[in-house]
Design a protein around this ligand. Sequence first.
Ligand code: ATP
Ligand code: MG
Ligand code: MG
Ligand code: MG
Length: 481
Amino acid sequence: MLTHEITERWLNYFQKQGHSVVPSASLVSTQPGSMFTIAGMVPFIPYFLGQEQAPWPRATSVQKCIRTLDIDEVGKTARHGTFFQMAGNFSFGDYFKEKAIPMAWELLTSSVEDGGYGLDPERLWVTIYEGDEEAFELWHNTVGLPEERIQRMGKDENYWDTGQPGPAGPDSEIFYDRGPRYGKDGGPAVDDDRYIEIWNLVFMQYQRGEGSGKDYEILGELPRKNIDTGLGVERMAMLLQGVENFYETDQVRPVLDAAARLSGRTYHGAEHPQDTGYDDDVRMRVVADHIRSSLMLIADGVTPGNEGRGYILRRLLRRAIRAMRLLGVTEPCLKVLLPTSRDAMGEMFPVVVDDFERISRIAYAEEKAFLKTIESGTSRLDEAVAVAKSEGGAVTGADAFALHDTYGFPIDLTLEMAAEAGVAVDETAFRSLMKEQRDRARADAQAKKGAHADLSVLRALQEQRDSVFTGYTEVSSATTI
Ligand code: ATP
Ligand code: MG
Ligand code: MG
Ligand code: MG
Protein backbone atom coordinates (compact mmCIF):
# COMPACT_ATOMS: atom_id res chain seq x y z
CA MET A 1 0.00 0.00 0.00
CA LEU A 2 1.51 3.31 -1.08
CA THR A 3 1.94 6.15 1.39
CA HIS A 4 -0.77 8.28 -0.18
CA GLU A 5 -3.23 5.35 -0.02
CA ILE A 6 -2.44 4.96 3.67
CA THR A 7 -3.37 8.58 4.28
CA GLU A 8 -6.54 8.37 2.16
CA ARG A 9 -7.63 5.29 4.02
CA TRP A 10 -7.04 7.08 7.31
CA LEU A 11 -9.09 10.14 6.39
CA ASN A 12 -11.89 8.00 4.93
CA TYR A 13 -12.13 5.90 8.05
CA PHE A 14 -12.31 8.84 10.46
CA GLN A 15 -14.61 10.82 8.20
CA LYS A 16 -17.01 7.88 8.32
CA GLN A 17 -16.73 8.07 12.12
CA GLY A 18 -17.98 11.65 12.07
CA HIS A 19 -14.67 13.55 11.99
CA SER A 20 -14.14 16.73 9.96
CA VAL A 21 -11.15 16.46 7.65
CA VAL A 22 -8.72 19.30 8.34
CA PRO A 23 -5.90 19.94 5.84
CA SER A 24 -2.29 19.86 7.03
CA ALA A 25 -0.99 23.12 8.43
CA SER A 26 2.40 24.50 7.36
CA LEU A 27 5.64 23.04 8.70
CA VAL A 28 6.34 26.53 9.98
CA SER A 29 4.61 26.63 13.33
CA THR A 30 2.67 29.69 14.42
CA GLN A 31 2.62 28.49 18.03
CA PRO A 32 4.77 30.58 20.36
CA GLY A 33 8.00 28.90 21.36
CA SER A 34 8.15 26.31 18.58
CA MET A 35 9.82 26.69 15.22
CA PHE A 36 8.19 23.77 13.45
CA THR A 37 5.07 21.68 13.58
CA ILE A 38 6.32 18.62 15.45
CA ALA A 39 3.04 16.72 15.82
CA GLY A 40 -0.46 16.53 14.41
CA MET A 41 -1.94 18.24 17.46
CA VAL A 42 0.14 21.41 17.19
CA PRO A 43 -2.37 23.37 15.05
CA PHE A 44 -5.09 22.43 17.57
CA ILE A 45 -3.27 23.55 20.72
CA PRO A 46 -5.56 26.56 21.39
CA TYR A 47 -8.55 24.18 21.44
CA PHE A 48 -6.88 21.72 23.78
CA LEU A 49 -5.84 24.49 26.15
CA GLY A 50 -9.37 25.87 26.13
CA GLN A 51 -8.21 29.22 24.73
CA GLU A 52 -10.50 28.88 21.73
CA GLN A 53 -13.58 26.88 20.94
CA ALA A 54 -12.91 24.16 18.33
CA PRO A 55 -15.14 24.61 15.27
CA TRP A 56 -15.80 20.85 15.20
CA PRO A 57 -16.32 18.28 17.98
CA ARG A 58 -14.07 15.78 16.16
CA ALA A 59 -11.40 16.26 13.54
CA THR A 60 -8.88 14.22 11.58
CA SER A 61 -5.77 15.26 9.67
CA VAL A 62 -2.54 14.10 8.12
CA GLN A 63 -0.02 16.67 9.30
CA LYS A 64 3.43 17.37 7.85
CA CYS A 65 5.95 17.36 10.70
CA ILE A 66 9.61 18.25 11.24
CA ARG A 67 11.45 16.87 14.27
CA THR A 68 15.05 18.01 14.39
CA LEU A 69 15.35 16.38 17.80
CA ASP A 70 15.54 13.07 15.97
CA ILE A 71 18.34 14.15 13.61
CA ASP A 72 20.94 11.92 15.28
CA GLU A 73 18.71 8.88 14.93
CA VAL A 74 18.21 9.30 11.20
CA GLY A 75 19.62 6.43 9.18
CA LYS A 76 20.62 4.52 12.30
CA THR A 77 17.25 3.41 13.64
CA ALA A 78 14.65 1.95 11.31
CA ARG A 79 12.03 4.51 12.17
CA HIS A 80 13.12 8.13 12.54
CA GLY A 81 12.86 10.82 9.91
CA THR A 82 13.37 14.56 10.29
CA PHE A 83 10.33 15.07 8.05
CA PHE A 84 7.40 12.71 8.42
CA GLN A 85 3.63 12.70 8.28
CA MET A 86 1.52 12.19 11.36
CA ALA A 87 -2.06 11.02 10.89
CA GLY A 88 -4.32 11.95 13.77
CA ASN A 89 -7.84 11.83 15.13
CA PHE A 90 -8.93 14.41 17.66
CA SER A 91 -11.86 14.82 20.00
CA PHE A 92 -12.52 18.21 21.55
CA GLY A 93 -14.64 17.35 24.56
CA ASP A 94 -16.55 14.81 22.50
CA TYR A 95 -15.68 11.07 22.65
CA PHE A 96 -13.00 9.72 24.99
CA LYS A 97 -11.05 6.47 25.54
CA GLU A 98 -14.09 4.23 25.19
CA LYS A 99 -14.23 5.13 21.51
CA ALA A 100 -10.64 6.06 20.71
CA ILE A 101 -9.22 2.63 21.63
CA PRO A 102 -11.73 0.45 19.73
CA MET A 103 -11.54 2.71 16.67
CA ALA A 104 -7.74 2.45 16.58
CA TRP A 105 -7.97 -1.31 16.82
CA GLU A 106 -10.62 -1.55 14.12
CA LEU A 107 -8.69 0.57 11.63
CA LEU A 108 -5.42 -1.32 12.19
CA THR A 109 -6.81 -4.83 12.06
CA SER A 110 -9.81 -4.81 9.75
CA SER A 111 -9.09 -6.16 6.32
CA VAL A 112 -7.92 -4.06 3.41
CA GLU A 113 -11.17 -4.88 1.57
CA ASP A 114 -13.08 -3.46 4.52
CA GLY A 115 -11.12 -0.21 4.51
CA GLY A 116 -8.58 -1.13 7.20
CA TYR A 117 -4.84 -1.72 7.17
CA GLY A 118 -5.13 -5.47 7.64
CA LEU A 119 -2.41 -5.82 10.30
CA ASP A 120 -2.15 -9.19 12.00
CA PRO A 121 -3.73 -8.67 15.46
CA GLU A 122 -1.36 -11.25 16.93
CA ARG A 123 1.55 -8.92 16.26
CA LEU A 124 0.14 -5.90 18.03
CA TRP A 125 1.24 -4.88 21.53
CA VAL A 126 0.26 -1.87 23.59
CA THR A 127 1.66 0.09 26.49
CA ILE A 128 -0.55 1.91 28.98
CA TYR A 129 0.09 4.13 31.99
CA GLU A 130 0.37 1.84 35.01
CA GLY A 131 -2.52 3.50 36.83
CA ASP A 132 -4.89 3.67 33.87
CA GLU A 133 -7.34 0.85 34.64
CA GLU A 134 -9.86 2.19 32.14
CA ALA A 135 -7.37 1.78 29.30
CA PHE A 136 -6.51 -1.70 30.51
CA GLU A 137 -10.19 -2.71 30.61
CA LEU A 138 -10.77 -1.37 27.12
CA TRP A 139 -7.77 -3.07 25.57
CA HIS A 140 -8.33 -6.33 27.41
CA ASN A 141 -12.11 -6.74 27.60
CA THR A 142 -13.55 -4.61 24.82
CA VAL A 143 -10.84 -5.20 22.21
CA GLY A 144 -9.80 -8.64 23.45
CA LEU A 145 -6.05 -8.10 23.62
CA PRO A 146 -4.39 -10.71 25.85
CA GLU A 147 -2.96 -9.40 29.10
CA GLU A 148 0.59 -10.43 28.12
CA ARG A 149 0.60 -7.94 25.29
CA ILE A 150 -0.47 -4.99 27.44
CA GLN A 151 2.55 -3.49 29.18
CA ARG A 152 2.22 -1.03 32.03
CA MET A 153 4.72 1.81 32.10
CA GLY A 154 5.47 4.72 34.42
CA LYS A 155 4.89 8.43 34.07
CA ASP A 156 8.08 9.00 32.10
CA GLU A 157 6.88 6.80 29.27
CA ASN A 158 3.11 7.00 29.28
CA TYR A 159 2.00 10.32 30.67
CA TRP A 160 1.40 13.49 28.72
CA ASP A 161 1.45 17.12 29.82
CA THR A 162 2.49 20.47 28.40
CA GLY A 163 5.20 21.13 30.98
CA GLN A 164 3.05 23.60 32.88
CA PRO A 165 -0.28 23.76 34.71
CA GLY A 166 -3.07 22.77 32.33
CA PRO A 167 -4.33 19.61 30.73
CA ALA A 168 -2.49 16.33 31.38
CA GLY A 169 -3.26 12.65 31.24
CA PRO A 170 -2.18 9.11 30.52
CA ASP A 171 -1.45 7.82 27.05
CA SER A 172 -1.38 4.45 25.38
CA GLU A 173 0.92 3.43 22.55
CA ILE A 174 0.50 0.73 19.92
CA PHE A 175 3.46 -1.30 18.64
CA TYR A 176 3.95 -3.82 15.86
CA ASP A 177 6.17 -6.85 16.42
CA ARG A 178 8.47 -7.26 13.42
CA GLY A 179 9.58 -10.66 14.63
CA PRO A 180 12.65 -12.32 16.16
CA ARG A 181 14.89 -11.35 13.23
CA TYR A 182 14.76 -7.79 14.56
CA GLY A 183 15.56 -8.27 18.21
CA LYS A 184 14.71 -9.67 21.60
CA ASP A 185 11.38 -11.04 22.83
CA GLY A 186 9.52 -9.28 25.59
CA GLY A 187 7.52 -6.48 24.04
CA PRO A 188 8.15 -2.79 23.50
CA ALA A 189 9.39 -2.36 27.07
CA VAL A 190 12.40 -4.48 26.04
CA ASP A 191 13.15 -3.69 22.39
CA ASP A 192 12.00 -0.63 20.45
CA ASP A 193 13.48 -1.69 17.15
CA ARG A 194 11.81 -5.06 16.90
CA TYR A 195 8.56 -3.65 18.35
CA ILE A 196 7.99 -0.55 16.27
CA GLU A 197 5.86 2.19 17.79
CA ILE A 198 3.18 3.12 15.30
CA TRP A 199 0.47 5.03 17.13
CA ASN A 200 0.18 7.12 20.26
CA LEU A 201 -3.21 7.78 21.87
CA VAL A 202 -3.24 10.63 24.38
CA PHE A 203 -6.09 10.92 26.85
CA MET A 204 -6.31 14.50 28.11
CA GLN A 205 -8.18 13.77 31.27
CA TYR A 206 -6.87 15.83 34.20
CA GLN A 207 -6.02 19.33 35.26
CA ARG A 208 -2.49 19.43 36.61
CA GLY A 209 -0.97 21.97 39.01
CA GLU A 210 2.49 23.46 39.51
CA GLY A 211 5.53 21.24 39.65
CA SER A 212 8.62 20.33 37.71
CA GLY A 213 9.13 17.42 35.35
CA LYS A 214 6.61 14.69 36.06
CA ASP A 215 6.38 15.77 39.67
CA TYR A 216 3.10 17.64 39.96
CA GLU A 217 -0.26 17.37 41.59
CA ILE A 218 -3.40 16.31 39.77
CA LEU A 219 -6.04 18.87 40.72
CA GLY A 220 -9.02 17.02 39.30
CA GLU A 221 -10.77 15.80 36.18
CA LEU A 222 -11.08 18.14 33.21
CA PRO A 223 -14.68 19.24 32.61
CA ARG A 224 -14.20 18.50 28.91
CA LYS A 225 -11.85 15.64 28.12
CA ASN A 226 -9.97 15.52 24.84
CA ILE A 227 -8.42 12.90 22.61
CA ASP A 228 -5.23 13.52 20.63
CA THR A 229 -3.70 10.70 18.65
CA GLY A 230 -0.80 10.44 16.23
CA LEU A 231 0.18 7.63 13.88
CA GLY A 232 3.42 7.65 11.90
CA VAL A 233 2.40 7.34 8.26
CA GLU A 234 5.84 6.26 7.03
CA ARG A 235 6.08 3.66 9.81
CA MET A 236 2.80 2.24 8.61
CA ALA A 237 4.12 2.34 5.04
CA MET A 238 7.22 0.47 6.09
CA LEU A 239 5.12 -2.32 7.58
CA LEU A 240 2.60 -2.48 4.75
CA GLN A 241 5.24 -2.30 2.03
CA GLY A 242 7.27 -5.08 3.64
CA VAL A 243 10.47 -3.02 3.69
CA GLU A 244 13.12 -2.80 6.37
CA ASN A 245 12.80 0.80 7.42
CA PHE A 246 11.41 4.31 7.00
CA TYR A 247 13.95 5.17 4.28
CA GLU A 248 12.92 2.33 1.99
CA THR A 249 9.29 3.44 1.72
CA ASP A 250 7.91 4.73 -1.56
CA GLN A 251 8.28 8.47 -0.90
CA VAL A 252 11.84 8.23 0.41
CA ARG A 253 13.53 5.31 -1.34
CA PRO A 254 13.98 6.89 -4.79
CA VAL A 255 16.45 9.43 -3.36
CA LEU A 256 18.33 6.68 -1.55
CA ASP A 257 18.65 4.83 -4.85
CA ALA A 258 19.80 7.98 -6.61
CA ALA A 259 22.50 8.49 -3.95
CA ALA A 260 23.66 4.90 -4.50
CA ARG A 261 23.70 5.39 -8.26
CA LEU A 262 25.61 8.66 -8.12
CA SER A 263 28.22 7.19 -5.81
CA GLY A 264 28.51 3.86 -7.58
CA ARG A 265 28.25 2.16 -4.20
CA THR A 266 25.90 -0.58 -3.08
CA TYR A 267 23.04 -0.17 -0.64
CA HIS A 268 22.96 -3.36 1.43
CA GLY A 269 19.65 -2.78 3.18
CA ALA A 270 17.99 -6.05 4.11
CA GLU A 271 21.30 -7.90 4.11
CA HIS A 272 22.25 -5.93 7.21
CA PRO A 273 18.97 -4.94 8.79
CA GLN A 274 20.40 -4.37 12.26
CA ASP A 275 23.68 -2.98 11.25
CA THR A 276 25.01 0.36 12.20
CA GLY A 277 28.48 -0.57 11.00
CA TYR A 278 27.64 -0.19 7.33
CA ASP A 279 28.35 3.49 7.12
CA ASP A 280 27.45 3.77 3.46
CA ASP A 281 23.94 2.52 4.16
CA VAL A 282 23.54 5.08 6.94
CA ARG A 283 24.82 7.86 4.67
CA MET A 284 22.41 6.96 1.88
CA ARG A 285 19.52 7.00 4.34
CA VAL A 286 20.65 10.36 5.71
CA VAL A 287 20.75 11.77 2.18
CA ALA A 288 17.29 10.43 1.37
CA ASP A 289 15.79 11.83 4.56
CA HIS A 290 17.48 15.22 4.60
CA ILE A 291 16.88 15.99 0.92
CA ARG A 292 13.19 15.33 1.37
CA SER A 293 13.02 17.46 4.54
CA SER A 294 14.82 20.31 2.76
CA LEU A 295 12.47 20.12 -0.21
CA MET A 296 9.43 20.28 2.06
CA LEU A 297 10.85 23.09 4.21
CA ILE A 298 11.70 25.30 1.26
CA ALA A 299 8.25 24.58 -0.17
CA ASP A 300 6.81 25.97 3.08
CA GLY A 301 8.78 29.17 2.76
CA VAL A 302 11.95 28.49 4.77
CA THR A 303 15.24 29.69 3.26
CA PRO A 304 18.76 28.81 4.40
CA GLY A 305 20.22 31.20 6.93
CA ASN A 306 22.29 31.50 10.07
CA GLU A 307 19.61 31.32 12.66
CA GLY A 308 16.36 29.71 13.64
CA ARG A 309 14.52 27.79 10.96
CA GLY A 310 16.92 28.89 8.25
CA TYR A 311 19.79 27.39 10.18
CA ILE A 312 18.01 24.06 10.53
CA LEU A 313 17.42 23.96 6.79
CA ARG A 314 21.05 24.91 6.13
CA ARG A 315 22.19 22.14 8.45
CA LEU A 316 19.98 19.54 6.76
CA LEU A 317 21.25 20.48 3.30
CA ARG A 318 24.85 20.54 4.46
CA ARG A 319 24.57 17.19 6.19
CA ALA A 320 23.13 15.68 3.00
CA ILE A 321 25.94 17.15 0.92
CA ARG A 322 28.54 15.98 3.44
CA ALA A 323 27.07 12.48 3.41
CA MET A 324 27.38 12.45 -0.38
CA ARG A 325 31.04 13.48 -0.06
CA LEU A 326 31.60 10.64 2.38
CA LEU A 327 30.12 8.39 -0.31
CA GLY A 328 32.82 9.72 -2.62
CA VAL A 329 30.76 12.27 -4.58
CA THR A 330 32.46 15.67 -4.56
CA GLU A 331 30.55 17.09 -7.55
CA PRO A 332 27.30 19.01 -7.01
CA CYS A 333 24.55 16.41 -6.72
CA LEU A 334 21.36 18.24 -5.77
CA LYS A 335 20.51 18.60 -9.46
CA VAL A 336 19.84 14.88 -9.41
CA LEU A 337 18.65 14.32 -5.85
CA LEU A 338 16.16 17.18 -5.52
CA PRO A 339 14.11 16.42 -8.66
CA THR A 340 14.06 12.78 -7.58
CA SER A 341 12.52 13.77 -4.26
CA ARG A 342 10.10 16.11 -6.06
CA ASP A 343 8.89 13.25 -8.22
CA ALA A 344 8.40 11.02 -5.17
CA MET A 345 6.48 13.68 -3.21
CA GLY A 346 4.67 15.48 -6.01
CA GLU A 347 1.53 13.37 -6.08
CA MET A 348 0.67 14.13 -2.47
CA PHE A 349 2.17 17.62 -2.43
CA PRO A 350 1.66 19.26 -5.85
CA VAL A 351 3.29 22.45 -4.55
CA VAL A 352 6.75 20.85 -4.83
CA VAL A 353 6.11 20.41 -8.55
CA ASP A 354 4.45 23.78 -9.17
CA ASP A 355 7.04 25.73 -7.19
CA PHE A 356 10.08 23.67 -8.12
CA GLU A 357 11.81 26.43 -10.02
CA ARG A 358 12.02 28.59 -6.88
CA ILE A 359 12.70 25.69 -4.51
CA SER A 360 15.55 24.33 -6.57
CA ARG A 361 17.14 27.74 -7.13
CA ILE A 362 17.43 28.19 -3.37
CA ALA A 363 18.78 24.69 -2.77
CA TYR A 364 21.31 24.78 -5.61
CA ALA A 365 22.69 28.15 -4.46
CA GLU A 366 23.20 26.78 -0.97
CA GLU A 367 25.01 23.73 -2.33
CA LYS A 368 27.32 25.90 -4.41
CA ALA A 369 28.22 28.11 -1.45
CA PHE A 370 28.82 25.15 0.82
CA LEU A 371 31.04 23.30 -1.64
CA LYS A 372 33.15 26.44 -1.94
CA THR A 373 33.50 26.63 1.84
CA ILE A 374 34.54 23.01 2.08
CA GLU A 375 37.05 23.38 -0.69
CA SER A 376 38.78 26.33 0.90
CA GLY A 377 38.96 24.93 4.43
CA THR A 378 39.61 21.23 4.01
CA SER A 379 43.38 21.33 3.52
CA ARG A 380 43.72 23.68 6.50
CA LEU A 381 41.70 21.24 8.61
CA ASP A 382 43.76 18.30 7.37
CA GLU A 383 46.91 20.05 8.61
CA ALA A 384 45.37 20.67 12.02
CA VAL A 385 44.24 17.03 12.23
CA ALA A 386 47.74 15.82 11.29
CA VAL A 387 49.31 17.92 14.03
CA ALA A 388 46.74 16.72 16.57
CA LYS A 389 47.41 13.10 15.64
CA SER A 390 51.19 13.40 15.79
CA GLU A 391 50.94 15.01 19.20
CA GLY A 392 48.27 12.62 20.43
CA GLY A 393 45.95 15.50 21.26
CA ALA A 394 42.94 17.31 19.87
CA VAL A 395 42.53 19.92 17.15
CA THR A 396 43.34 23.12 19.05
CA GLY A 397 40.83 25.82 19.77
CA ALA A 398 43.08 28.20 17.84
CA ASP A 399 42.91 26.04 14.72
CA ALA A 400 39.14 25.64 14.98
CA PHE A 401 38.90 29.41 15.43
CA ALA A 402 41.09 30.10 12.41
CA LEU A 403 38.97 27.75 10.32
CA HIS A 404 35.88 29.60 11.39
CA ASP A 405 37.28 33.08 11.11
CA THR A 406 39.26 32.79 7.89
CA TYR A 407 37.56 30.00 5.97
CA GLY A 408 33.98 30.34 7.19
CA PHE A 409 34.04 26.74 8.47
CA PRO A 410 31.18 26.37 10.93
CA ILE A 411 32.23 24.67 14.16
CA ASP A 412 29.82 21.77 13.61
CA LEU A 413 31.56 20.99 10.34
CA THR A 414 34.96 21.07 12.04
CA LEU A 415 33.64 18.78 14.77
CA GLU A 416 32.17 16.34 12.26
CA MET A 417 35.20 16.20 10.02
CA ALA A 418 37.63 15.89 12.92
CA ALA A 419 35.52 13.09 14.40
CA GLU A 420 35.66 11.25 11.10
CA ALA A 421 39.42 11.56 11.14
CA GLY A 422 39.39 10.13 14.65
CA VAL A 423 40.41 13.21 16.65
CA ALA A 424 38.57 15.49 19.04
CA VAL A 425 38.42 19.28 18.97
CA ASP A 426 39.15 21.53 21.92
CA GLU A 427 35.73 23.09 21.81
CA THR A 428 36.07 24.91 25.12
CA ALA A 429 39.13 26.79 23.90
CA PHE A 430 37.34 27.52 20.62
CA ARG A 431 34.37 29.00 22.43
CA SER A 432 36.51 31.17 24.67
CA LEU A 433 38.33 32.51 21.59
CA MET A 434 34.96 33.27 20.06
CA LYS A 435 33.97 35.09 23.19
CA GLU A 436 37.22 37.08 23.26
CA GLN A 437 36.63 38.14 19.69
CA ARG A 438 33.13 39.20 20.54
CA ASP A 439 34.24 41.15 23.57
CA ARG A 440 36.98 42.85 21.56
CA ALA A 441 34.53 43.86 18.87
CA ARG A 442 32.22 45.26 21.49
CA ALA A 443 35.01 47.20 23.18
CA ASP A 444 36.13 48.57 19.81
CA ALA A 445 32.63 49.58 18.97
CA GLN A 446 32.37 51.36 22.28
CA ALA A 447 35.70 53.13 21.83
CA LYS A 448 34.98 54.25 18.32
CA LYS A 449 31.52 55.50 19.02
CA GLY A 450 31.14 58.76 17.21
CA ALA A 451 34.16 58.10 14.97
CA HIS A 452 33.85 57.83 11.19
CA ALA A 453 33.93 54.06 10.83
CA ASP A 454 30.60 52.50 10.04
CA LEU A 455 30.38 49.97 12.81
CA SER A 456 26.82 48.95 12.21
CA VAL A 457 27.97 46.64 9.43
CA LEU A 458 30.58 45.03 11.64
CA ARG A 459 28.09 44.63 14.44
CA ALA A 460 25.51 43.09 12.14
CA LEU A 461 28.10 40.63 10.92
CA GLN A 462 29.14 39.85 14.43
CA GLU A 463 25.60 39.23 15.56
CA GLN A 464 25.03 36.95 12.63
CA ARG A 465 28.06 34.88 13.55
CA ASP A 466 27.14 34.65 17.20
CA SER A 467 23.72 33.41 16.37
CA VAL A 468 25.14 30.46 14.46
CA PHE A 469 26.37 29.00 17.67
CA THR A 470 23.21 29.59 19.58
CA GLY A 471 21.40 27.87 16.75
CA TYR A 472 23.75 24.96 16.85
CA THR A 473 23.46 24.21 20.54
CA GLU A 474 19.73 24.54 20.34
CA VAL A 475 19.46 22.16 17.45
CA SER A 476 21.45 19.13 18.39
CA SER A 477 24.75 17.98 19.70
CA ALA A 478 25.40 15.84 16.67
CA THR A 479 29.07 15.46 15.98
CA THR A 480 28.94 12.84 13.29
CA ILE A 481 26.80 12.18 10.28
P1 ATP B 1 9.72 7.06 19.10
O1 ATP B 1 9.63 6.61 20.53
O2 ATP B 1 9.73 5.96 18.13
O3 ATP B 1 10.80 8.09 18.89
P2 ATP B 1 7.75 9.00 19.78
O4 ATP B 1 7.19 8.37 21.02
O5 ATP B 1 8.76 10.06 19.95
O6 ATP B 1 8.33 7.86 18.80
P3 ATP B 1 5.25 10.38 19.38
O7 ATP B 1 5.72 11.70 19.87
O8 ATP B 1 4.41 9.55 20.26
O9 ATP B 1 6.55 9.56 18.87
O10 ATP B 1 4.54 10.64 17.96
C1 ATP B 1 3.40 9.89 17.50
C2 ATP B 1 3.78 8.96 16.35
O11 ATP B 1 4.48 9.66 15.32
C3 ATP B 1 4.71 7.84 16.77
O12 ATP B 1 4.00 6.78 17.33
C4 ATP B 1 5.37 7.48 15.44
O13 ATP B 1 4.58 6.57 14.71
C5 ATP B 1 5.43 8.80 14.70
N1 ATP B 1 6.77 9.42 14.78
C6 ATP B 1 7.30 10.09 15.83
N2 ATP B 1 8.54 10.54 15.56
C7 ATP B 1 8.81 10.15 14.29
C8 ATP B 1 9.93 10.32 13.43
N3 ATP B 1 11.02 11.01 13.79
N4 ATP B 1 9.86 9.78 12.18
C9 ATP B 1 8.76 9.09 11.79
N5 ATP B 1 7.68 8.90 12.55
C10 ATP B 1 7.69 9.43 13.79
MG1 MG C 1 10.77 10.05 19.60
MG1 MG D 1 7.99 6.57 21.94
MG1 MG E 1 5.16 7.98 21.41
